[in-house]
Design a protein around this ligand. Structure first.
Ligand code: ADP
Length: 432
């Protein structure tokens, strides 16, 4: 067996929140990286992938647990690590060549050697002739080639890549993926391992030897899948499709379908999904007879986990569907909902949201209790910020408002930033 380069043991990461509580982002992560491995870390947005990558690379510290680099604690080991970011992170005032030389100079490499290495790496990534260009003169794909050349120039043992292709258009991303894997299998890259973060299942299956699949809120390792398909892989291959299907099944398996009232776990995390999109998914499943294989959904709706995962999760949370062994199956309520007209849909949605969705239930309780049947959004944000980051608190409230409005449980006043319960029209007429 090849040498273990990096080992993570019982890593956890929590961020302090307002009011003294903690947001646990990673929980008890254990993994090891061997020489020659291309590993992908896969999970939905916000799962904690970047946080994990930053901890593994020593950029930030874990709250507990440790990382060993060739058997030594990271602090003592001076690991040799290169980073490629989604945002390219180039210095706009430096030329392409100077951008690649930066890391080498920081490491104390002399001018001449730095220049030679940088030129060689630029050549490797197909940027021969662009040495004197400035980043603003380059396309996104070329900028990322510079990012990759810069990370490779220091000849790191491990190359960390954080969603490096997700800001690029589909064709450019495909090209870069193909080139990356070719250079990797032909052993032209001056590195021993790659750790690659992505939310795109096909990308992980195309590139990696092993996919580490994270759950979210908090992130734990749900599964590790070894991918043995020979390179260069093709997404139309049967084996490729089966692997994608397996991973999707793991990702979408709900942690629990127990109603929130009975749960002892932390605050429920609402998937960011609009009612219209959830209804669309349910209709699609109904049109296929009420049960559908997850891979069918992905081919019909597009494959990004970020697109489909929240919809499936939301449908399961609301009690409209169950997810088992790669199939999404509508519940009785899900079937009724999909078959009903808009008015009836709203009635069913209202009932399910009140029963199954903690935040909607709470907002509704608060609003019905107050005399004016109104409450400022800040009140709910205050509560949510004890459980989520500021941005996430707003995301949660926004989703709850979307669902609550659809269910006609409450409405939102854009001018005052208040949530309120609309009085039925009949009462208004009587009052008039
Ligand atoms: P991913 O890379 O999977 O999209 P991240 O690792 O960026 O996920 O973030 C995971 C969670 O941690 C998110 O809820 C995010 O808001 C939170 N988070 C990340 N960095 C910080 C920080 N410095 N302080 C508080 N929360 C953070």
């Amino acid at each position: 067996m090849a040498n273990v380069i990096l080992e993570a043991k019982h890593l956890s990461k929590a961020y302090p929140m307002r009011g003294g509580s903690q947001l646990t982002v990673l929980e008890d992560i254990n993994l090891s990286v061997r020489e020659g491995e291309f590993i992908s870390i896969l999970g939905p947005s916000g799962a904690g992938k970047s946080t994990l990558l930053r901890i593994l690379s020593g950029l930030i510290e874990p709250t507990s647990g440790k990382i060993l680099y060739h058997g030594k604690p990271l602090e003592e080991a001076f690991p040799s690590i290169g980073m490629v970011f989604q945002s390219f992170a180039l210095f706009p005032w430096l030329t392409v060549l100077e951008n690649v030389e930066v890391g080498l100079k920081v490491k104390g490499v002399d001018r001449e050697t730095a220049r030679q290495k940088a030129v060689k790496m630029l050549d490797l990534v197909g940027l021969d002739g662009f040495e004197d260009a400035y980043p603003r003169e380059l396309s996104g794909g070329m900028k990322q080639r510079v990012g990759i050349a810069r990370a490779l120039a220091i000849e790191p043992e491990i190359l960390f890549m954080d969603e490096p292709f997700s800001a690029l258009d589909i064709l450019t991303a495909d090209n870069l993926r193909n080139e990356l894997i070719r250079l990797w299998i032909e052993k032209k890259l001056p590195i021993k391992s790659i750790i690659f973060v992505t939310h795109n299942i096909e990308e992980a299956v195309f590139l990696s030897d092993r996919a580490i699949i994270l759950s979210h809120n908090p992130a734990t390792i749900r599964a590790e899948i070894t991918i043995n398909i020979p390179h260069v892989r093709n997404k139309n291959q049967k084996e490729f499709k089966l692997t994608v299907d397996d991973i999707f099944t793991i990702l979408t398996r709900p942690k629990t379908e127990v109603p929130f009232m009975l749960r002892k776990e932390r605050y429920q995390f609402l998937p960011h999904a609009k009612v219209g999109a959830i209804a669309g998914l349910l209709e699609l499943v109904l049109s296929k007879g009420g049960t559908i294989d997850i891979s069918e959904v992905t081919t019909d709706l597009g494959l990004e986990v970020d697109d489909v995962f929240p919809l499936i999760e939301a449908a399961a949370f609301l009690g409209f569907a169950t997810v088992k062994e790669g199939d999404i199956k509508l519940t009785e309520e899900g079937i009724n909902f999909s078959r009903s007209d808009l008015l009836q849909k709203k009635v069913i949605f209202r009932e399910m949201a009140l029963k199954n969705i903690q935040l909607i239930n709470q907002i509704y309780q608060v609003l019905t209790t107050t005399e004016k049947k109104r409450m400022s959004e800040d009140f709910f944000i205050e509560i949510l910020e004890n459980h989520f980051t500021k941005d996430e608190a707003w995301n949660q409230l926004e989703t709850a408002i979307d669902w609550g409005r659809y269910a006609e449980l409450f409405a939102y006043d854009y001018d005052s930033g208040e949530l309120y319960i609309e009085e039925p029209e009949i009462e208004q007429i009587e009052k008039a």
